[in-house]
Design a binder for this molecule. Structure first.
Ligand code: OOG
Ligand code: NI
Length: 268
């Protein structure tokens, strides 16, 4: 699959479930900006049938290479980021996985049910990343049980495999010169920011500043009832030059830790 096809497909799915991202794009474009993406992100479990390496396949096939890895002790997550080997205008790809062995036996059993419910043809398709939720209709009781241990697993149980956020590259906007200005503009237009760890995560000293709006909520048909649950969110990244003059290209663990919380049902 070409990179154009990959990102067009991902954007179509994501923007349909994330009306805020479409609205924010219209606002930026209305001010005379063109939008470029800094990165997109995916979530999964560390089971070898569906882990980071499996989700990365379409990207590796399209010329992406691994560029860094990150550990999140408290959230029991591990992540890798990928960049295109030659075309640096393409978005980075950030994929995290939940370390399921570190959770309760009950959670492990639920995850096993999810993964063993995935049709074999999807598991062997090399494009799991586009497929959404591949297991049976979720139960609200299970959702709440997962959520009590980890918002991440509960989110994945409902949303499945998909891009959980796109990220506007603020360096490339014409009419905004800082993340502060962007946040101000978004709040003026009624958007709610993720304030966990402060509205802006990171600093010029860390070479990366990031912010995000709280995830949209869409109705989910559980077995027992229909309820609005977080879908996906939009992020904003501003990169600073390192001492060698090049823009920093990685991620900052302490900031990412808080960005994950954009999909929490109970935001901090
Ligand atoms: C990923 C959160 C981390 C970043 O830019 O630091 C991240 C997620 O929500 O799955 O995207
Ligand atoms: Ni991100």
């Amino acid at each position: 699959m070409t990179t154009t096809k990959i990102f067009d497909t991902l954007w179509a799915e994501y923007s349909e479930r994330t009306p805020s991202a479409q609205k924010i794009n219209e606002l930026f474009i209305g001010k005379g900006n063109q939008i470029f993406n800094d990165h997109v992100a995916f979530r999964t479990f560390d089971d070898p049938r569906v882990d980071i390496e499996v989700l990365a396949k379409p990207f590796l096939a399209a010329g992406y290479v691994e560029n860094g890895d990150y550990t999140f002790e408290a959230k029991k997550l591990y992540a890798k980021h990928y960049e295109h080997a030659t075309d640096k205008n393409l978005p980075r790809v950030f994929i995290s996985q939940l370390k399921i062995a570190e959770f309760s036996v009950e959670l492990q059993e639920e995850v096993e049910k999810m993964i063993s419910g995935i049709p074999l043809e999807a598991l062997t398709s090399d494009d799991l990343v586009f497929k959404g939720r591949l297991w049976e209709q979720p139960s609200f009781e299970v959702y709440e049980k997962l959520q009590a241990e980890t918002e991440y697993a509960a989110w994945l149980y409902v949303n499945g495999f998909c891009s959980n956020h796109f990220t506007v590259d603020i360096n490339k906007l014409e009419t905004f010169k800082s993340l502060q200005e962007v946040n101000h503009f978004l709040k003026d237009n009624g958007f709610k920011m993720n304030t966990s760890g402060g509205e802006i995560k990171g600093s010029p000293e860390e070479f990366l500043e990031q912010s995000s709006v709280l995830a949209d909520r869409i109705p989910v048909d559980f077995k027992e009832l229909t309820k609005e649950i977080t879908s996906c969110y939009y992020e904003f990244a501003f990169r600073h030059p390192m001492p060698n003059g090049a823009l920093f290209s990685g991620f900052v663990t302490g900031s990412a830790d808080k960005i994950f919380e954009s999909t929490d049902m109970k935001p901090k």
